[in-house]
Design a protein around this ligand. Structure first.
Ligand SMILES: C[S@@+](CC[C@H](N)C(=O)[O-])C[C@H]1O[C@@H](n2cnc3c(N)ncnc32)[C@H](O)[C@@H]1O
Length: 269
């Protein structure tokens, strides 16, 4: 069922309700669901637990959680754009902006958000509110991208390496910060959780090489297309954008460029 009808997307650079947005979320799931669920498993989530999935995207993690907490438990899956969240037993879909408050249904035994707080200028206040919404012994799990620089391992032309680095620079150092995104946040989360009084704070980091045409490169191509206007405004030329988008489809290109850090902490019992 849909609960609530508030929708504000002004702080979010990408629109997950669009076709490109749906593709974007699909690539994230293919890349990150495996490391995410391995880290979630360590919380001991099980039947009867109440969960909150924030910025659910198409809801793959909400469904994974529901399969573990039903019977007796449920998952509130919230997003500013709920069109992509597939219906599933045990999942309650809630349309809302997390910066305007935690959805009803708490306290929660587990709250998870992946690549959401990193987009929000209000991320520190949101984290404080999420900690307050945890049940005693409940877990907060946040997945974010870390700021390590990408590394090209193979490219069809030597100029492609420079192009890749320039496009990463424009995306990560110019366009993303202007859109309110922080790539430092992932590294700050463990300390922020500890300051909020969470215990058993631990983080895991995951990375893999990406080859033109695979989910990692297609995700970069997709983000580049979604950020077309701000990238041009930041100085990217027509030729650079066209070559970059071609490169992301070329199996002759390989790079390290995703470092995903997933942190969990537990409210004292
Ligand atoms: C990068 S996508 C990640 C989707 C999903 N968590 C995943 O990792 O597959 C960010 C998601 O957060 C949602 N979002 C952005 N700002 C939000 C806000 N203020 N409140 C709730 N959801 C938000 C977007 O609509 C989008 O679905």
């Amino acid at each position: 069922m849909d609960v609530g009808e508030t929708r504000t997307e002004e702080d979010y650079l990408f629109d997950s309700g669009s076709d490109l947005g749906a593709e974007h979320v699909g690539h994230l799931e293919s890349l990150l669901d495996d490391p995410t669920t391995r880290w979630l498993e360590g919380t001991g989530i099980g039947p009867g637990h109440h969960c909150l999935e924030i910025g659910a995207g198409s809801g793959s993690i909400a469904r994974w959680l529901a399969e573990r907490v039903v019977p007796g438990g449920r998952v509130v899956a919230t997003d500013v754009a709920t069109e992509q969240i597939a219906r599933h037993p045990g999942v309650e879909i809630h349309r809302g902006d997390i910066t305007e408050g935690v959805p009803p249904g708490g306290p929660f035994d587990l709250i998870h958000a992946r690549l959401v707080l990193t987009h929000l200028p209000q991320r520190e206040r949101v984290l404080t509110e999420l900690v307050r919404a945890l049940a005693p012994g409940g877990w907060l799990v946040l997945g974010e991208l870390t700021p390590r620089p990408p590394r090209v391992l193979a490219a069809p032309r030597s100029s492609d390496r420079e192009l890749f680095e320039r496009m990463q620079h424009l995306s990560m150092d110019v366009v993303s910060p202007a859109g309110g995104i922080s790539f430092q946040w992932g590294a700050e989360v463990p300390d922020r959780m500890a300051r909020e009084g969470l215990e058993e704070v631990r983080a895991t980091e995951w990375s893999r090489t990406n080859v033109g045409g695979d989910h990692g490169c297609l995700l970069h191509r997709n983000l580049n297309l979604q950020a077309d206007a701000p990238l041009r405004a930041a100085g990217a030329t027509e030729e650079e954008l066209a070559r970059y988008r071609e490169l992301m489809l070329d199996p002759g290109f390989t790079a390290w460029f995703y470092q995903f850090v997933c942190t969990r902490g537990r409210r004292p019992v």
